[in-house]
Design a binder for this molecule. Sequence first.
Ligand code: GLV
Ligand code: MG
Length: 296
Amino acid sequence: MPMPLQCRTFLVTPALDPTRFDKAEEVGADLGLLDLEDGVPQALKSEARRLAIAHLSGSRMRGPMCLRINSLRTEAGLRDVLALLESDARPDAVMLPKVESPAELQQLDALLGARFPELSLLGIIETARGVEAVDSIAMATPRLRGLIFGAADLSAQLGVPLSWESMLYARSRIAIAAAIAGVNAIDSPFFDLVDLAELEDETRRVCALGYTGKIVIHPDQVRVVHTALRPTSQMVAHARRVLAQASEGKGGIQVVGGSMIGPPLVTVARRVLATAQFEEVLAPVVLRAGVRNGDP
Ligand code: GLV
Ligand code: MG
């Protein structure tokens, strides 16, 4: 199954407890993310690999699933790829962490491509080298569908706090590279499991930079992120006015609600409506668990 057009939320589960592997589907996240990397201690890597592959090969897999493997610069990463190749697993996407060059994604594409023709690749940018090479990484292969920003690893490497200001350059840089390449920009997890208001605020801010989704690490975060990514009713009403007026006019500059509107803002209005429409058309299908019933 190709990845859904827009993936707002990837719910992470370390691949050690199979009772949690279907959680994403249950709570309405767009994708489940089985983690073989930092969520799994070194001593348990092979057990996690076995459990993840069994789940991804089984007939009981529910909803779209992504597998985060280990870096290809590690033995665990090479074993993850070999295990996939020797299995009947059917992940929708494979996520490669700590990508520092396009060659890593090209190598993964070459290894997995023939065996998994429908597979999407995702790359995490979370090292200083990765940020510096992000423009070429974003163009590495047509199979790459998204760049993920990994704030925790980047702040650890730089020795800086995990704050909005310290991460802003890398976040912006990744969003621009993703836009040029035409791939999704997906933001880092928000690590405070309790402060949902701050999560909502951060999601709105990254959305304003060009991100279309976020990694989530707790089921309670899913609904908050979906709400924050949804255009407000005022944004939708304004976008409708802009497009109505643009379709009547002859192009060029118009005034809508006291603001000057030219071609770029017509493009913005189209995107707002497309996002709102995605929510109406796709979300009820993706979010079968009904967690949105209480949404405003
Ligand atoms: C995610 O992998 C991160 O490092 O933030
Ligand atoms: Mg990381």
